[in-house]
Each structure stands twice: as C-alpha cells, then as structure tokens.
Design a protein around this ligand. Structure first.
Ligand code: GCV
Length: 718
C-alpha cells in the first residue's frame, strides 16, 4: 500500500471515527479510538499486558471489558504483538487472589474501602511498572475496571494512580415500571426490555449489555416489574424467567428484586385473606420467599406499593404500614433480603392536602419497622414534578432507613422527547438542608446513613429505558440513567462533573463540543421548569397521561388528580397556601425550614406558588407583578429551548449523523411543545389575572379553546 493511501486511511479512522453511523446502543461505553496520538501512545506504552487474578465469572467479565475497551480506544496494536520483555503490567483481581507482593504494595488500602469499593494504584517494582486494580470483592474489581477505562475515555492521566473509592449507598437500584405484557407504565422508549414470552430459554444479548451499563455506573439492583404489581410474577412460571435474568446479571454484581402485590396470597395462593396478621398469610409469604431463594439465592427482596392509588395493602384489614412491611420483612429476613416499602400514599377519602398525607402514616411509627425494611420516599411530597421542595420525611425518621426514589423516566417532564438533564434536579434535592439535626442535615446524609447512623441505605430510580435501539428514545436522556447511577454511588457528586464525564464517554473529548453542550445540559432543567411550571406551580399537566398542559382540568373523580386542585387560580391570585393560614404542610418540616417556606420575604421565588396563594399584582423581587413575572418565565423557558437548538445546530461536525439527528429532531419537538405550554397556560391563567401579556412575551398562536380541545388518547406510557 502506498504511503499516501495509508495516510488517507488512518486520517479517516482518526478524524472520522465519531462521524460513522452510531445508533447509540453502546451508550457511554463507546470506547472510541483515541485521536490524540501522543496520548494514545502514552496509554499504549503504559499497558502492555493484562494479568487477571482469579477466575470467577465477574473477573472474566472484567477481563473482557478491559480488552474491548482498550482495543477500542488504543487500536488493534493493543495486545496484538506480545513482546518478550514486557515492562508495563496491569493486574486486576480481588485481594484474596492477588500475589502477596502485590498486596504488600497496596498497604492499608483494603481497610479504607468497603466490600464493593476499589483501589487503582501504580507502582514500580523490580524494574517493572505496575498498575493494579483491586478490591475486597470481585465486583469491587469490576467497578475499578470500569473506572479505569473511564480515565482513558475522559483522557485523564494514568500515571501515578492512587485511587480509593467506595459506594456511599448500599442498595443502588433501578425500578422498572414494566408490566408482564411488555407495556411500561410511564415508559416512553418503546416496550419493556424483558421479553417474558421468550424467557427463560432465549436470553436477549441486550440483557448482558443492560448489566454492563448498570455495572459501569455502580447500579447493583434491579426491580424487574411495576409497583402496580401483578401477582403472577410470583408464580413458578414467571420465577423461572426471573431466575434466568438473575443468572445473567449476577456476574455484574446486580441483584434482582420483585414487586410484591399485597393481595398475592389471595390471587395466586388461594387464601381468603391477605391480612398481615393472619397465620396462613404469614406462612404463605414465608414459603413464597423460600421458594424464590431456592431459585435465586441472592434475590434482593421486595418492593411494595400498598394502599396507594387502588393497590391493596394492610389498611384493607385495618392494619398499618408497619404490619404490612414487617410481614414481608420476616419472610425474607432468613435469606438476608430486604423490603422497600413505598411512602407514596394518599387517599381520595382524605381531604387533607395530598402533600401532607404520607408523613403521618409513617413518621409516628419510626422505630417499629423491622431492621431489613427501608421506606422508599419520592424526592418530593407530590409526584416527580419538574421542581418540588424536598419531601418532609427526609431526616425525620432517625430510626428507620429512608431511601430515595427519583424518577428517571420523564412522566411530568415532556416524556422522552424533551432533553432535560435530570442530575441537576437530583442534586438540588440531595443538597437540600432538612435541618433535622441542625444546619447541614442535607438529604444526602440521611440517604448515606451518616445523619442518623443508619445501617441500610438505598436509592431507587424509576428507569427510562425500553427496547428502543438507543435504550432511552432520546440519546441525551442516556445521561439521566448514567447520572442517576453516579449519584446513587456518590450522592455528593456535582451535576456538572457528571455531565462532563458522560459527554466525554458518549461523544468526544473535544472542548469545542463539551463546553457548550455541557452548558446546554446544565440549563435544561430550569428551562423545562420555566415553560411548564414556573415559580412553584405544579401538577398542571393534562390528565392521566400527563402529556402537555391541562391547567383547566377539573372533572376527574379524585380531587387531587385535577390540576385546579394544585394551582387554585382565582380572581384574587394563584398558588397553594401550605402555610399555617392554609393546609399548614410546612409544619412537617423542621422549624428552620418551615420558617423560610412560611415567610413571603425569604422564601425562594422558585417555590413561591407551592407554598403561597398570592395576588396577581404581588410584587416579585425584580419589581414586576406576579402576572408579568410568570408570563416572562414562560417566555424565558421557550427562549432557552431555542438557545438549545442553536447550540446543537453548531455541533454537526462533532457528532455522527444518526445521533445528531435524533437529538436535533427531538429538540425541535421540544421547542414546539414549550410554546404550546406557554400559550396554553398563559391564556388559561389570564382568564383570572385579567392582565395583558407584558412586553417580551410572544402572542399565543391559538385560542384557549383550541388548546383545551386537544386530546391524546394514545399518549404513551399510560
Ligand atoms: C406506578 C404516579 C404515576 C403512576 C405511578 C405512581 C406511583 O401517580 O402517575 O403511574 O404508578 O405515581 O409512583 O406509584
């Protein structure tokens, strides 16, 4: 081959590799060829040989991942020509399998990490350079391997490494709201990835890639089925399929959990009752647990949605959540299983502000739950809104493990069409100060157990993935799966650092791409708040499917399902008074927090209408009336989406056409829908404010009647 041809070939590999078709299936594990030649050479010369220690399935997975990753990034030269005198060695294995001289080099490090933690260390010995990746378990090693690969993916130095990392939260779980018929409740990326019909014999390779992706960010558990549960999942026919999935996930350190339908003893057990204090019921659950553990010895446990939105529960028998949770906890305790009992409860028979209803059902029972129960609490007291103040239960149950439930799927945030980077939102809640043990009692500290010295810790994220080729429908939303995992591992990470990592691993290290797109991602959540629910407005989405605006909806059977319940707009003003003059929901917070929320002079305007009903001519901090300020916020949201489009339009040269167009088309839909939100909401509220739109706000494109006439009977995820 002539020199010229070789040059052209290598030029195209080097400069165009990220412009080749890319369907996004590989997520952030792209392992793209490193274009910076001197950096690639440095990496190549630092890793000449891979030496696994141990031969478990997990170590084999780690080995395979290292080979795939390094060959992808360093090219076929890597390991293609074994040299005689290898000087640079990468060893990986758990402490128990490492040679004594390697362990010696790691000194005390093993005591500084926990069972899932890892160490990455470089040292020189007897004329050779070593990098060792180790941990107290094989899974720790696997996490170390993924993080080592990330160093290369993000073009970091691998000289003089001395990294010790442990997850701060124990149960780092994805919740799938997937049904047995493969529909996904609130799922917008196709159908369920679990092909129940063809399981257990047909194991879709996607299951393995799912496990890889999760392990790469440290997720160690998956709840396979919807919290609106079907008892059939607990029958042998389905348990066999669950077992097959558990076998695929095990080498990746991922445990399988199931949701338990509280009435299962009746529905599939033939009992007359599901009363948690009934002996037959108690025995039924014990036997069911032992049947499951026989198949899946490391089964994680159960998640339960009880007495909420029509689901059965202990209150059907005049018992309480403690009785219900402890029943299941006792059943799984002999096998080290846990129960995640959800606090998302509210009742149409209770006229109390919905935001207040969970707290009294749980907080007074602090200390009464069994040791293996965690209470799973949504980030806010209503339901995964674009912005919610933190749930008052955080920090308020010192003796009960409280786990976070975030929603990764975008039920109330524009489905998978809107590019919203959610770690910004998660960070806001995790950093919120509960003041339950004085200043600095942030939510993250309740979750990692340090606030009240809790043994069990956990975080759950309601998955946004389906069988779409790129998993999340919108390539940008892969970042939310990634970011959730990173925060479950370390709830103190910044959204900014997560965006930075994800972008580099998924697209390119080129600053000209990273800087503007990172900025775009970090602003995207505020944009959606602005064009949907500015200034503390909430739950004004259209009915049932929650797609698009519906502030006018007032005819649903349950009062708290109607948007009018939440905004309370009238001729006098707008907003939900949750101060002592209203529902007094603020009393559920620590006094320091309640004081801030109650006081119009100090409350952040971001939360204004969540806690206060204020007149339309109320003066905002910028001197504008509430009406003008609200209208301008809606406009600002629309403008922010326009800026996102302009930014993305500049990026064509940095991204392959497939992913570029996927994001571009979806941004255009988002823009259309942002305008729809602005126009529909402003026209609706204007009926009450009776004020003109301020200068700077575009005229609505349609009438209110038009927007009210829109119907979406087949909106996805319903
Ligand atoms: C799984 C909201 C959603 C429901 C969901 C429920 C829950 O109400 O709209 O689809 O049900 O939350 O979290 O249990």
């Amino acid at each position: 081959m002539s020199k010229k041809i070789i040059f052209i070939l290598s030029f195209s590999i080097v400069f165009c590799s990220n412009l080749l078709a890319n369907d996004g299936y590989k997520l952030w594990l792209q392992y793209d060829y490193i274009k910076n030649e001197s950096l690639r050479q440095t990496y190549l010369s630092s890793i000449e040989k891979l030496v696994p220690s141990g031969n478990s399935e997990t170590i084999n997975v780690a080995f395979k991942e290292l080979k795939t990753g390094l060959e992808g990034m360093l090219g076929s030269e890597f390991l293609s020509s074994p040299k005689k005198d290898v000087k640079n060695i990468l060893t990986f294995g758990a402490k128990t399998n490492l040679p004594e001289d390697v362990i010696l080099q790691l000194g005390n490090a093993f005591n500084e990490i926990n069972n899932e933690g890892y160490i990455i260390k470089s040292y020189a010995l007897r004329g050779k350079n070593h990098i060792v990746i180790s941990g107290n378990s094989d899974v720790g090693v696997l996490y170390g391997v993924y993080n080592f690969l990330k160093l290369l993916q993000t073009n970091k130095s691998i000289e003089k490494l001395n990294i010790k990392e442990s997850p701060k939260i124990k149960a780092r779980i994805l919740n799938h709201w997937d049904n047995l018929d493969r529909t996904v409740e609130r799922g917008y990326s196709g159908f369920s990835i679990w092909d129940w019909h063809r399981l257990p014999d047909y194991l879709d390779p996607r299951y393995t890639d799912y496990a890889r992706a999760n392990a790469s960010v440290g997720i160690n558990g998956t709840v396979l089925n919807n919290v609106n549960a079907n008892a059939l999942i607990l029958t042998p026919h389905y348990l066999e399929k669950v077992e097959a999935l558990a076998n695929v996930f095990r080498p990746y350190g991922i445990k399988v959990y199931l949701t338990a339908r509280f009435s299962a003893p009746i529905e599939i057990g033939g009992l007359k009752t599901a009363d948690p204090l009934d002996t037959d019921v108690i025995n039924w659950w014990k036997e069911k647990a032992s049947e499951i553990y026989k198949r899946i010895p490391d089964f994680g446990g159960f998640v339960v949605k009880a007495n909420s939105e029509g689901q059965p529960g202990p209150q059907d028998y005049d018992r309480n959540h403690v009785d219900g949770a402890n029943l299941l906890a006792d059943a799984v305790a002999p096998f080290n299983g846990i129960v995640m009992w959800r606090a998302f409860v509210y009742s149409e028979h209770d006229a109390t502000d919905r935001a207040k209803q969970a707290y009294p059902e749980f907080v007074p029972y602090d200390g009464q739950f069994k040791d293996n129960v965690m209470i799973q609490v949504k980030n806010g007291a209503i339901d995964f809104q674009p912005r919610e103040p933190f749930h008052p239960m955080f920090g308020a149950m010192p003796k009960t493990p409280i786990m976070m439930e975030f929603q990764i799927t975008q039920e109330y945030l524009g489905f998978s069409t809107h590019s919203v980077f959610l770690p910004t939102m998660y960070e806001e809640t995790l950093q919120a100060d509960t003041y339950q043990k004085g200043k600095g009692s942030i939510v993250a500290k309740d979750l990692d157990g340090t606030l009240h010295n809790k043994r069990l810790t956990g975080m759950a994220g309601v998955s946004n993935i389906g069988n779409d080729i790129n998993w999340t429908g919108n390539t940008m939303l892969q970042a939310n799966w990634f970011g959730y995992g990173r925060l479950a591992w370390d709830p103190y990470l910044s959204a900014e650092s997560i965006a930075d990592e994800w972008l580099k691993m998924t697209f390119t290290n080129d600053k000209k791409f990273i800087e503007p797109i990172k900025k775009m991602m970090l602003n995207s959540r505020e944009a959606v708040v602005n064009y949907m629910t500015p200034l503390g407005l909430h739950h004004i989405m259209d009915t049932g499917h929650h797609y698009g605006p519906g502030p006018w909806v007032s005819d649903l059977s349950r009062p708290e399902w109607n948007p009018v319940y939440y905004h309370k707009a009238d001729s006098l003003g707008v907003g939900f008074d949750r101060t002592p003059t209203g529902s007094n929901a603020t009393e559920q917070y620590a006094p320091e927090v309640a004081k801030v929320y109650n006081d119009l002079n100090v409350i952040s305007e971001k939360d204004l209408l969540w806690f206060h009903h204020v007149p339309w001519d109320y003066k905002l901090k910028n001197g504008k009336t509430l009406w003008d300020g609200m209208a301008l916020k809606y406009q600002e949201g629309v403008d922010q989406v326009k800026t996102m489009i302009d930014t993305w339009d500049q990026m064509e040269n940095y991204v392959d056409a497939e992913r570029y167009n996927n994001i571009k088309m979806l941004l255009n839909i988002q823009y259309k829908e942002a305008k729809w939100w602005r126009d529909a909401c402003l026209l609706y509220f204007q009926q009450y404010s009776k004020m003109p739109l301020p200068q700077g706000v575009e005229k609505p494109t349609q009438t209110l009647e038009y927007f009210q006439s829109l119907k979406f009977p087949f909106a996805p995820g319903n």
